[in-house]
Design a protein around this ligand. Sequence first.
Ligand SMILES: C[S@@+](CC[C@H](N)C(=O)[O-])C[C@H]1O[C@@H](n2cnc3c(N)ncnc32)[C@H](O)[C@@H]1O
Length: 420
Amino acid sequence: MSDATPARRTAVFLLDQVLGEGRLLAECYAAGALERLEPQDRARAQRLATDTLRNLERCDKILAKYLKKAPPLHVKNALRLGAYELCAGGAAHGVVNTIVNIIARHKRHGALKGLVNAVLRKVAEHGPAEWAKLRTSRLPKWLRAPLVEAWGSDALRGIEAAHQAGAPLDVTPKAPGHGALPEGDTLPSGSIRVQDSVQVSTLPGFETGDWWVQDAAAALPARLLQAQAGEAVLDLCAAPGGKTLQLAASGADVTAVDISEKRLALLKENLTRTKLSAQVIARDALEHHGQYDAVILDAPCSATGTIRRHPDLPHAKDGSDFGALINLQTQMLAHAWSLVKPGGRMVFCTCSLLPDEGECQIEDALDMFPDMTADPAPIHALGIDSNWITEEGGLRLRPDYWADRGGMDGFYMALLRKSA
Ligand SMILES: C[S@@+](CC[C@H](N)C(=O)[O-])C[C@H]1O[C@@H](n2cnc3c(N)ncnc32)[C@H](O)[C@@H]1O
């Protein structure tokens, strides 16, 4: 068994960044937080930090019994990691010793190694039995309140249970029925839900580019657009490119625009691996011009629909930037509409659970643009429950849907048609 110290030390660092500095894990990875680790330690550190964050409330409840006063954040985060690992079945000896050593070597907090040792030994003895009785971790209040208002408390409990359960691996086949595909269940929407949790690059068909990773919900906006071979299609806010690949696979003439060069590099890698093509442009969506048969706008949003796979989000954010995002979405929607040819169509979507970033945007746009109508009819062909179609003619998806199949990301999408 390899030494788990580097992975655990990095996991505690990641927890410090999210819970102390309000940084997202993705920002930490982009800034090189995992760079010095061996590949297997990288995956382990990511998994430990993510799972601890997913179970933070439970970890804190267990620790509260054995802590008379709150220790410094770094020590608390080391204890949280230890509590998670011990309650999830980690070998007590290895977990406790490594975490005590991490604190013992810390310049400022080394003196607290005795406390860490004593607390984690108690958690090792009593924690696993208590863990099973604890309720599912709840979202923080700032996010709970608007979600209860939008969907009610029963739905929110289902959403929180889905967050706790995490997300399975879904892939989108390039050409259904062709190429090498990983084993799994084919969902009604056409995605394949992979059964085993294995390294993605080792699955059949990865090297040959026969599929790409994409949550089942995230695969629906491009399917709703129904791009046809030869059509001029604009993918606005395209990176890392899941939807671009779907559009390109349909034979459309795709232009993919995104403001982030870094994220576009991933999109280009994805195009190369799948042997698909698109014109890729690094540009602010609001400065892109042209006329297209069809446009997909996957606008930047709160990403609150993706908490199953990004449990850091509710802890790193406080909602203070959501107002600016909502305004940007309104601007982008209006601009994207000006790029649709008369008689053309557009799909607007966001991976958000907040109606302000979905239903309300489309209600306002339908009032604002006399040449815009929402067309819910093609939603019926997506293999989803038609009860999820909304009043204004969009589609609302939530993590608590398809609970028996393993859930889906939260998403909103609407197909909008422009009069000729
Ligand atoms: C939800 S993600 C897009 C995901 C992508 N459509 C996919 O399916 O893989 C939103 C994207 O918007 C991009 N973005 C944010 N502000 C932008 C702007 N002003 N112009 C263009 N792209 C922008 C971000 O870089 C990010 O890649």
